[in-house]
Ligand binder design. Structure first.
Ligand SMILES: [Zn+2]
Length: 359
């Protein structure tokens, strides 16, 4: 998997595009090069526009992620790594656990149900590293943390039974929303037919006493709130079948995230315009297990066939940081109990994001 510093010109949509300046192989195994770009302000953050680098080689491959998790597992006493099942193509699916006291409240972070939404996983991996350092000292005394990274491992690796030839990104692989069977895993939370959703439900949702869940995704790159492009959008369960207390705690979870991210200067959060279907984890998991859920959609996808959905990698830094900030703020608020006093009135005035009209 050697990568040279190649500059490739690619013809797509009739436009000449400078697509890839691949990183040297040694850098690929670390998240840190991505984090050097945090300074990009979101409102002015680059879109794709046909002239910016979109290269998937900078992202962890599935194998690199597994190796990273095993390294952290060997280093961290408080961490446990468990295989919860296999993808369609036979890739082991992982659960990362920090459980000091089963009586403590538990939060689950889920990433990459959609394989082309990878910066959430990059952020989760970095957060796992933080959990092994002094920065997080004492936090896991008051909260149990479960992380399922890259649930759709086959889609993330582009190892699927359908064509990705129209996808935009350059690099070693394409990433797609769907699993290998071309099924959207986030529409499979009622029937649970796909092996990935089955593994999640049988070996995580049904085995652990989970109080909160954040389901991490990416949305299109052109959403705005109050005239400014958003760094992401959030939403609580919106099915009428959700228990009022579960809903209240979901909104409090959202309040923690909003306060932590929207105040950063680079963060700008809108309300996601979501439906009531219980096939979606945000709704289905809240109803089936009484878990308070939050959907967090980060700006821009890692790959897609539709240009306005993808985002150049100059934005990677703040989007990864947005994930780390979200995970960090929520575990701290649950650990110290402050989440229970969180004011949810901001939801009443938070505007639903809209799509910026194309020029
Ligand atoms: Zn998604």
């Amino acid at each position: 998997m050697k990568k040279n510093n190649l500059v490739r010109m690619n013809q797509a949509s009739g436009k000449k595009k400078l697509l890839s300046i691949a990183l040297a192989g040694a850098m690929v195994f670390s998240v840190s090069p991505l984090l050097t770009q945090v300074t990009e302000a979101v409102g002015n953050g680059p879109g794709y526009g046909g002239n910016e680098t979109i290269n998937t080689s900078i992202l962890h491959t599935y194998d690199e992620m597994v190796s990273y998790l095993k390294t952290q597992d060997a280093k961290q006493q408080g961490m446990e790594l468990e295989v919860i099942g296999q993808s369609v193509k036979g890739r082991d699916l992982y659960l990362v656990k920090y459980i000091k006291n089963p009586e403590n409240p538990t939060i689950l972070f889920l990433t990459q149900q959609h394989g082309n939404e990878q910066l959430t996983t990059e952020g989760a991996l970095e957060f796992i590293k933080h959990l092994g350092t002094g920065k997080m000292k004492g936090v896991t005394d008051g909260v149990n943390i479960l992380i399922v990274p890259m649930l759709n491992a086959d889609g993330a690796m582009g190892d699927v039974n359908f064509s990705l030839e129209d996808y935009i990104a350059s690099g070693d692989r394409h990433l797609t929303r769907y699993n290998a069977n071309e099924i959207d895993l986030n529409r499979d939370h009622v029937t649970k037919i796909q092996p990935e959703t089955k593994a999640l439900h049988e070996n995580v949702m049904q085995k652990y006493d989970i109080d909160y869940m954040i389901d991490l995704h990416h949305q299109g790159a052109q959403s705005e709130r109050d005239g400014k492009l958003v760094s992401g959008s959030i939403l609580y369960p919106t099915t009428e079948n959700v228990d009022p207390d579960v809903l209240l705690k979901s909104k409090q979870l959202g309040a923690v995230v909003f306060d932590a991210v929207d105040s950063t200067g680079w963060g700008h959060i809108g309300k996601y315009n979501g439906g009531s279907a219980e096939t979606i984890s945000r709704n289905g998991i809240a109803v089936e297990y009484g878990i308070s859920t939050l959907l967090f959609e980060m700006r821009g996808m890692s790959d897609h066939e539709y240009e306005p959905y993808v985002l150049g990698q100059k934005s990677n830094g703040y989007l990864i940081k947005q994930t780390i900030t979200t995970l960090d703020a929520t575990v701290r608020a649950i650990s110290d109990g402050s989440i229970e006093n969180k004011d949810i009135s901001f939801w009443d005035t938070l505007a639903t994001q809209t799509t910026r009209p194309s020029e």
